[in-house]
Write a protein that binds this ligand. Structure first.
Ligand code: NAD
Length: 441
């Protein structure tokens, strides 16, 4: 099938590569000329496990191509999948300018029937806005070409995006048009494995499902962060509590990890956008208000622990920071807790030497103007001259480090752990002061 993907970022690129791998002829459009030149030169602009090989294989087979040519991309696919960003606007609502811009471009150039499919995360009612925008463009040039608008929100996780896309838990399709529905069924057939994964629903329900899913996951994290802080106050250990409650199948173990607050390009903005929609609908979600407040506070929890040990004024202190990405296996630093922590530490006068296995290029751009923040090439290099170590991303390579070497390098043997990676008893026996989240030390 000929398929056009509009927007070649984390979602668009993975989606395009996975559909190409199933034998489809995919053309990916992006307005970012640099990104498209890199992709056409065989370079992958993001870090995502398995993506590079997948893109290379399908480019070489001629099934995956990249362009900035809007007219050519509209002409290519009967399915036009929109996977552009929906960043938060000033009031927290999803900014739809890229989505509607992409839809208008389809309306301006289409010469035959198209199914316009929204993969971007968009508020309820966006399909109606897309329909109106496309109709307006067609009207301007007196075209009577038909089209359908479908909602097909994406649930992949950065860091496991290819795996998630290839083996989805579910594929949500909100569609009323039988022709569009038939095309999507055909497109997703290779991804159904041993049983049907497609869940059909109305367009509005599909749009809401994505926000409800992310908000539920964010709620679990904020809930666990509150339990962790309470455990600390009461002398309990949140890791024991986590195991105790996760064993209940109604609760389950996933997304029950306390930490230094959630970040990334999705949870923070999606919680905000859903809340905004709820307020506009006259049904504010009080739970989500608390989820956001807890998360904002949690992003400062490590700073509080550091200041309790070293004092409010951190001038002259240097901290080793392990991890910058908002989670392991990605280079994405959007809304990462590391940004809040580094802001807090440098504001209090400290210097930071940070290492991340994948996000260094991103961090160097972000901190280019900040002399107090140095991005180094290895975990041991970050420890040079440091007063203490702070771990903020759960990369595999941080899980079993050489503690003797860490101790030898740190001025005071203190580890602040925003991911609860280590065993408090082991660290105590090695002579460390250990500051995890919600654990008994
Ligand atoms: N990143 C994730 O893990 C994830 C998961 C599920 C859903 N989503 C949703 O998917 C959407 C995309 O997210 P992302 O992380 O891939 O964003 P991204 O910022 O990585 O990529 C978006 C791309 O769209 C391009 N673009 C913008 N306007 C365009 C236009 N008019 N025509 C063509 N290209 C255009 C940008 O240049 C950029 O390359 C968002 O709505 C997000 O909420 C993201």
């Amino acid at each position: 099938m000929n398929l056009t993907i509009i927007g070649s970022g984390y979602v668009g690129l993975v989606t395009g590569a996975c559909f190409a791998d199933a034998g489809n002829n995919v053309l990916c459009l992006d307005v970012d000329h640099d990104k498209v030149s890199q992709l056409n030169a065989g370079k992958i602009p993001i870090f995502e496990p398995g993506l590079e090989a997948l893109v290379r294989r399908n480019r070489e087979a001629g099934r995956l191509r990249f362009t900035t040519d809007v007219a050519a991309s509209v002409a290519h696919g009967e399915l036009q999948m929109i996977a552009v960003g929906t960043p938060p606007g000033e009031d927290g609502s999803a900014d739809l300018q890229h989505v509607l811009g992409a839809a208008r471009a389809v309306g301006r150039h289409m010469e035959s029937w198209k199914a316009i499919v929204t993969k971007s995360t968009v508020p309820v009612g966006t399909a109606d806005k897309i329909r109106a925008a496309v109709a307006e463009e067609l009207e301007k040039r007196k075209s009577e070409v038909g089209f359908a608008v479908v909602s097909n929100p994406e649930f992949l996780k950065e860091g496991a995006a290819v795996e998630d896309f290839m083996r989805p838990d579910r594929v949500i399709i909100g569609a009323e048009d039988p022709r569009a529905l038939g095309l999507l069924r055909q497109l997703y057939a290779p991804f159904q494995r041993n049983h049907e994964r497609i869940i059909m629903m109305s367009v509005r329900s599909a749009e809401l499902t994505k926000y409800a899913a992310n908000s539920m996951l964010a709620t679990r994290i904020s809930f666990m962060n509150e339990i962790a802080n309470l455990a600390e106050a009461l002398g309990a250990d949140v890791e024991e509590v986590r195991r105790g409650i996760g064993s209940d199948p109604r609760i389950g173990y996933q997304f029950l990890y306390p930490g230094a607050g959630f970040g990334g390009s999705c949870f923070p903005k999606d919680v905000k956008a859903l809340q905004r929609s709820a307020v506009e609908a006259g049904r504010p979600l009080r739970v989500l208000e608390a989820v956001e407040q807890v998360n904002e506070a949690q992003k400062h929890v490590l700073t509080s622990k550091i200041k309790r040990k070293f004092g409010e004024n951190l001038a002259g202190k240097r901290f080793a920071l392990w991890g910058l990405a908002f989670k392991a296996n990605t280079d994405d630093m959007r809304e990462a807790s590391s940004l809040t922590l580094i802001g807090d530490l440098t504001e209090a006068g400290a210097a930071v030497r940070a290492y991340d296995p994948a996000a260094a290029h991103e961090a160097k751009k972000i901190f280019a103007e900040q002399a107090a923040v140095e991005i180094v090439a290895s975990a041991p290099a970050a420890l040079e001259g440091a007063d203490a170590l702070v771990v903020i991303t759960e990369w595999q390579e941080f899980r079993s480090p050489d503690f003797a070497a860490i101790k030898a390098k740190l001025k005071s043997p203190a580890i602040f752990d925003g991911r609860n990676l280590y065993d408090p008893k082991v660290l105590k026996s090695l002579g460390f002061e250990y500051y995890p989240i919600g654990r008994k030390t």
